[in-house]
Design a protein around this ligand. Structure first.
Ligand SMILES: Cc1cc2nc3c(=O)[nH]c(=O)nc-3n(C[C@H](O)[C@H](O)[C@H](O)COP(=O)(O)OP(=O)(O)OC[C@H]3O[C@@H](n4cnc5c(N)ncnc54)[C@H](O)[C@@H]3O)c2cc1C
Ligand code: SF4
Length: 353
């Protein structure tokens, strides 16, 4: 008889939602996470409030964990990853490694949910001095400060009077080969800009952008309130260089609306880093023989009409392992992957029976 369990690799929002979907349909999910806890990047990076509804990220994560933690249909393997896989749809055998211990598990289908990593702003060709200047930080660093209600200049512990975001760091950049848009950073920067204004009403906040990309309802929920209610200044411009001037930073570039060079002093510069494929995503692609696109995200074979099926029958993918995705995309694709994985397993059962 074909095996019915679904093995899900990655315990972030995508993996947790896929496990819940499989369990809700009455099947067994085995969820493998390499960290010591579930939650994925929102937990690992310490997100404060989520875009677009400002819901607490910890609360949302706890809700997802609670749905699967004591669920009789879900087996969770923490501190574990997959080191080998053999077999086919209906009959996979996968080796899990936990420290020195290896365990073989059977699964009818596999869902890859190994997510993304943040772009490293210190990478070559990046001219923003992330590793050089203490007061140049990333969206993720600011998120942690917002969570602690302690937005201060790392160089001197003082609250900033002027703070700016630089958009598209590591995305839409042909020079480094990341031509794609990371989808979430315009919304996340605008949300953080609002929170800075809420926590530090005297701090002036600027966002330097190429063009603002707000999807769907994010426009009304974050972009317009940021400008109209919270007086965040959006400046269409390209920042080319950050320098130190006295005890402040000087952002140099071009104001493209006015068509003139700009030089503006700042206390904190926040780099809006984008999304790249994670090491785990690349490893799983190798182990399962999955096609990757030129950016090393896992390629799906159905175009816009099937966003979760890979080139290997019985192996599905969801969330940010397929490319930049917000939580809404992630959760939707996780449910699609759960449904398609179960449908594939049931099909093999019908054929076998
Ligand atoms: C700065 C920033 C802020 C963001 N804020 C928001 C927001 O406010 N709202 C929103 O909608 N979206 C936001 N996003 C997007 C959001 O983080 C993603 O949509 C979401 O995390 C994707 O979930 P995922 O489960 O696919 O991947 P991840 O969250 O990356 O989770 C992947 C999981 O897989 C595990 N894993 C990796 N490799 C292996 C392996 N080999 N074996 C086992 N486990 C493995 C990881 O440890 C991790 O737990 C933000 C993104 C960025 C860049
Ligand atoms: S979402 Fe905005 S900041 Fe992020 S890559 Fe796209 S345009 Fe740039």
């Amino acid at each position: 008889m074909p095996e019915q369990s679904i093995l899900i690799i990655g315990g972030g929002p995508a993996g947790m939602e896929a496990a819940r979907g499989v369990a809700d349909l009455g099947y067994r999910a085995i969820l493998v996470e390499k960290r010591s806890c579930l939650g994925g990047m929102p937990d690992e990076a310490g997100y404060a409030a989520l875009t677009p509804d400002f819901r607490s990220a910890s609360e949302a994560t706890a809700e997802m964990v609670a749905a699967i933690e004591n669920n009789a249909n879900v087996t969770i393997r923490l501190n574990s990853t997959v080191t080998a896989a053999t077999g086919r749809l209906g009959d996979f055998e996968v080796t899990l490694k936990n420290g020195q211990t290896a365990e073989k598990v059977k699964a009818g289908a596999v869902i890859i949910a190994t997510g993304f990593q943040h772009f490293d702003p210190g990478r070559e060709t990046q001219q923003y001095g992330y590793y050089e200047f203490d007061d140049v930080i990333t969206l993720v660093d600011l998120e942690k400060m917002l969570k602690e209600h302690n937005v201060v200049r790392p160089s001197n512990g003082q609250p900033p009077e002027r703070l700016c975001f630089i958009q598209c760091v590591g995305s839409r950049d042909r020079q480094i080969g990341n031509e794609y848009c990371s989808k979430v950073c315009c919304g996340v920067a605008s949300k953080e800009a609002i929170e800075v204004r809420q926590q530090l009403p005297n701090c002036k906040v600027f966002i330097f952008y190429i063009d603002m990309r707000m999807y769907g309802y994010w426009e009304n929920l974050i972009y317009w309130p940021a400008q109209e209610k919270y007086k965040v200044s959006y400046i269409k411009g390209i920042a080319t260089e950050i320098m130190k001037k006295g005890d402040r930073l000087l952002v140099r570039g071009e104001d493209t609306t006015m068509g003139r060079p700009m030089e503006v002093p700042m206390d904190i510069v926040v780099l809006s880093v984008g999304m790249e494929s994670s090491a785990g995503t690349r490893e799983m692609a190798q182990i399962f023989g999955l096609k990757q696109n030129k950016y090393k995200f896992i390629e799906t074979i159905g175009g816009a009409l099937n966003t979760v099926t890979t080139n290997v029958e019985g192996v599905f993918v969801c969330g940010a392992a397929t490319g930049p995705a917000d939580l809404e995309d992630t959760v939707s694709s996780a449910n699609a992957a759960a449904m398609k994985a179960l449908a594939a397993v049931q099909r093999t059962q019908r054929l076998a029976g």
